[in-house]
Design a protein around this ligand. Sequence first.
Ligand SMILES: Cc1cc2nc3c(=O)[nH]c(=O)nc-3n(C[C@H](O)[C@H](O)[C@H](O)COP(=O)(O)O)c2cc1C
Length: 139
Amino acid sequence: MFSMKACVIYFTTSGNTEMLAESLAEGLRSKAEVELKKVSDAETLNLSDFDIIALGSPAQGTEEIDETEMKPFYDSHVDELKGKKVILFGCFGWGDGMFLDTWKDDAVSHGANVIKTYGNLETPEAAALDEIKEIGANA
Ligand SMILES: Cc1cc2nc3c(=O)[nH]c(=O)nc-3n(C[C@H](O)[C@H](O)[C@H](O)COP(=O)(O)O)c2cc1C
């Protein structure tokens, strides 16, 4: 049993961000008890229970997080991120994953300690999965 608790909560359409979520959770499991949930199943979690909170979304709209599920979840829980270690991640289809910078700025403005953002162009390859696993292990 670990004394630290972490959760990885994500939205995905075609599975790309889900792959990152699974590898991040695997890395985090080396140091914490981990809950891995799709955002649609995450309402049962009490975010204040966790030391590390990781949120994942693909870029949607115009460089925005998913507006159907992740944005409503995030907006209703953002105050619970205050003082927590937060990791934001997700896949994108073009550009440089600018949505993650915007997301980070917003979380930081609510008092979150965003320790890392990680974006990947479309389907992650093995190297990307190793990289995000390491992020989890070192969080
Ligand atoms: C409606 C829609 C809007 C999108 N908007 C963006 C965008 O603004 N910027 C971007 O880089 N990719 C955008 N994408 C591409 C997705 O972010 C990309 O395909 C991603 O890998 C999907 O990840 P997922 O399988 O986890 O859903 C968009 C895709 C869709 C379907």
